[in-house]
Design a protein around this ligand. Structure first.
Ligand SMILES: *[C@@H]1O[C@H](CO)[C@@H](O)[C@H](O)[C@H]1NC(C)=O
Ligand SMILES: *[C@@H]1O[C@H](CO)[C@@H](O)[C@H](O)[C@H]1NC(C)=O
Ligand SMILES: *[C@@H]1O[C@H](CO)[C@@H](O)[C@H](O)[C@H]1NC(C)=O
Ligand SMILES: *[C@@H]1O[C@H](CO)[C@@H](O)[C@H](O)[C@H]1NC(C)=O
Length: 683
């Protein structure tokens, strides 16, 4: 039985909201509230209900509580409300995904796929982030269009009920380019509303502080907006103190609009620009509306009680239904994201054996003898951009990061147990073991943190240092520890697609007792591979955009570098596109380099300045490498699928795997761990 209990079952008769535009109506309608499951007979109250959406398949209403960071599902038949708590901050939007049981949700300024069945942080899989560089902005409302694109807008920093104007934007996101939201409108203050005419030629939109319902011509196929105009200005029809918030459409093409601070749901005919009716509710903060119920003829209305004295409006935060309006809705659109169910969820890694005998094609000027390794293994799951592989010999564990998915991974060699730790905070670029600690040093955006695997959510991170301060688009790009236990790491500047702006980064070192970043080299463009000769007198270094492998004299004691010189010019071997990325050294003192965009790794004799071996992998984006395994004779290579087209991915199904190459004829040396006393008790 349906348990929406008619608590305040008010029968309104021709009760108009306080506006002259309201037409005389003889209809009866009924307002009820969703009752609390634990406490039947009382309404279920939320701090800030928002983003209601009806799921016809599950006969359920999804909605969020923005302030309590919860996604809720009201099961219509049983009346039970299920809750999924999100650790990361404000949850503003929930939406359905086509053909998937997963949901699309907005948390702070990012979109994620949410898997209700998975516990903890791994329930969320990051799709993309909006308003990058504006950390106080949040996504405020979002909906899919008939093509399955997701449209969402943001709002700027908020204090109490005040939002800084003109700081937000309105975006569309489509599957083919989901990591790059397309800016549709800028600036906006509080992006709201969003619904399409039934024939999909008009988008209705609300930027709340304007108090207007606006319309755009909409090109469904291309996702383009044009011809912005006002449908109705609510301040001129008796709602000076209200702002329009959420909006939906009925089967006649009429709009239904929640009036925040106005305690009303407006029924508007957008073609005649007339208000048909105003439904008054016993609360002032009406946030959003959607049609639901088995016949789609019940209007669900979310409300809020934040910044409000509970005694003033005891029903604030209830979910209302309005029945008997004579109107009904249409089914909601769903976000199109094929294989959403498989988008990055595997937690078991196995290694697949494969024999590899592809002949190597030689490039350009110099002749390099091709080499073939006998066997390699690769992870049977792929990462968006795997980087920073590092082996901890003490516990026989391999670590690496997925920069774009913002995850730290570990693989215990003995048990084959694979663990993932998601970092909500931004791109994760570095992971390094810490001496005498089970914690790890991780690079997140432009900061280093001590990470505790066992702590939940954001509390897992303890801040250590920030680099390139004042350059908010710069991020750390590669880090390693020298024989004294000092951290060395560098940054890169703005990145657009695969292109990074030249000369915006620097190379730093960081050491006890104060851990203040010290600039060692500036400018650099993309600070990358870094390793020391076995006798610690030379530092080998790669600034990727220089297309050189360089060397410096190195004073280990003082951490000084001097006498910069070139070991190898990539120009002599490969065309412009190929750049050097990660680097490691073997027991013979030869350096190994991953060549990005070329799918190769090379072994270099640094004293003779020659490439002595070269191996081709079945992918093009090779990012970094290190030695691992109990005997340090496995060469572990990380790869990427960043910005790859679906066609390329089809040709390179292993792009993004972590590869393990065997029988390389040499082995590595133990890498140093970061020295940070009391890491286990830090803060
Ligand atoms: C599509 O719907 C809108 C809104 O109801 C209407 O103004 C417009 O004339 C319709 N266009 C077509 C081609 O039917
Ligand atoms: C990886 O291998 C494990 C164990 O065989 C299996 O359960 C899992 O489904 C595989 N994952 C993928 C993506 O193939
Ligand atoms: C590191 O840990 C080992 C084993 O737990 C211990 O013997 C050693 O004294 C520790 N060293 C430092 C510097 O804390
Ligand atoms: C240290 O190693 C480098 C690189 O192999 C070599 O060029 C240099 O001569 C060595 N220095 C000493 C003092 O052995």
């Amino acid at each position: 039985m349906f348990l929406i209990i008619a608590l305040t079952c008010i029968i309104y008769h021709s009760v108009a909201a306080d506006t002259q535009e309201v037409q005389e109506s003889q209809q009866y309608y009924r307002i009820s509230m969703v009752s609390s499951h634990e406490n039947p007979g009382s309404p279920a109250l939320f701090v800030h209900g928002e983003s209601p959406v009806w799921d016809p398949e599950q006969q359920s209403l999804y909605f969020v509580d923005v302030r309590d960071s919860n996604v809720h599902r009201l099961d219509y038949v049983s009346g039970k409300i299920y809750t999924k708590h999100i650790n990361y901050g404000e949850v503003n939007v929930v939406s359905l995904v086509a053909g998937s049981h997963r949901l699309l949700i907005a948390v702070r300024s990012s979109l994620y796929l949410l898997d209700w069945a998975i516990a903890g942080d791994s329930a969320l899989r990051l799709l993309t982030t909006m308003d990058v560089g504006l950390p106080d902005n949040v996504i405020n409302e979002g909906k899919p269009d008939a093509e399955g694109r997701f449209w969402a807008g943001t709002k700027g920093p908020q204090t109490g009920d005040e939002v800084v104007p003109d700081k937000g934007s309105f975006y569309s996101v489509e599957q083919e380019s989901f990591t790059h939201p397309r800016t549709q409108l800028r600036p906006v203050s509080i992006s709201n509303g969003i619904v399409w005419s039934l024939n999909n030629t008009v988008l209705y939109y609300i930027d709340s502080p304007t108090q207007k319902i606006e319309a755009f011509d909409f090109d469904l196929q291309r996702g383009d907006l044009s011809a912005r105009r006002t449908v109705i200005d609510i301040s001129s029809v008796g709602y000076e103190d209200a702002i329009p918030d959420g909006m939906t459409i009925d089967s006649h093409g009429n709009l239904w609009i929640a009036l925040m601070f106005g305690g009303t749901v407006l029924h508007v005919d957008p073609d005649t620009r007339q208000i048909v009716f105003g439904y008054k509710l016993p609360v002032s903060r009406v946030t959003s509306v959607c049609w639901g119920g088995p016949n789609l003829d019940e209007l669900f209305v979310t409300t809020a009680r934040d910044n409000l004295d509970a005694a003033a409006e005891p029903l604030g935060g209830a979910i209302f239904t309005i029945r008997g309006t004579g109107s009904r809705g249409v089914e909601p659109h769903t976000f199109r994201f094929d294989n959403a169910d498989f988008y990055y969820t595997w937690v078991i890694v196995t290694f697949c054996h494969l024999y590899f005998i592809e002949p190597v094609i030689l490039y350009h000027v110099k002749h390099i003898t091709p080499n073939q390794f006998n066997t390699f293994e690769y992870t049977n799951l792929t990462f968006s951009h795997a980087e920073s592989p590092v082996w901890d010999p003490d516990i026989e564990t391999l670590y690496w990061v997925d920069v774009l998915q913002q995850d730290v991974h570990s693989l215990d060699y003995k048990t084959k147990q694979h663990k993932v730790k998601h970092i909500n905070y931004g791109e994760v670029n570095i992971v390094i073991p810490i001496k005498n600690s089970s914690r790890l040093l991780v690079g997140v955006r432009n900061e280093l943190h001590i990470m505790d695997w066992s702590l939940p959510g954001d509390s897992a991170l303890r801040f250590v240092a920030a680099f390139d301060q004042g350059l908010p688009d710069n991020i750390l790009n590669e880090g390693i520890v020298d024989a004294m236990g000092r951290f060395w790491g560098g940054t890169k500047g703005h990145q657009h697609g695969n292109d990074v702006v030249y000369d915006e980064g620097a190379l730093y070192s960081l050491e006890p007792p104060h851990f203040v970043p010290q600039i060692r080299l500036k400018p650099v463009s993309i600070s990358n591979g870094l390793v020391w000769s076995l006798n610690n007198t030379i530092m080998y270094y790669i600034d990727s955009l220089s297309r050189r492998i360089e060397a410096f004299d190195f004073n280990l004691e003082r951490g000084h570098i001097s006498r910069r010189r070139t070991i190898l010019e990539l120009d002599e071997y490969w065309d412009d596109e190929v750049i050097a990325d990660g680097m490691t050294i073997d027991k013979d003192g030869f350096i190994w380099i991953a060549l990005m965009f070329h799918g190769c790794i090379v072994r270099i004799n640094p004293d003779k300045r020659t490439i002595v071996e070269r191996y081709k992998l079945p992918v093009t984006l090779t990012t970094s490498l290190t030695w691992g395994g109990p005997k340090l004779d496995d060469l572990i290579v990380t790869t990427s699928r960043r910005n790859m087209s679906p066609e390329t991915l089809k040709q390179q199904p292993l792009a993004g795997s972590v590869f393990i190459l065997h029988n390389m004829g040499t082995s590595g040396v133990r890498e140093y761990k970061f020295v940070f006393t009391n890491a286990d008790t830090y803060k």
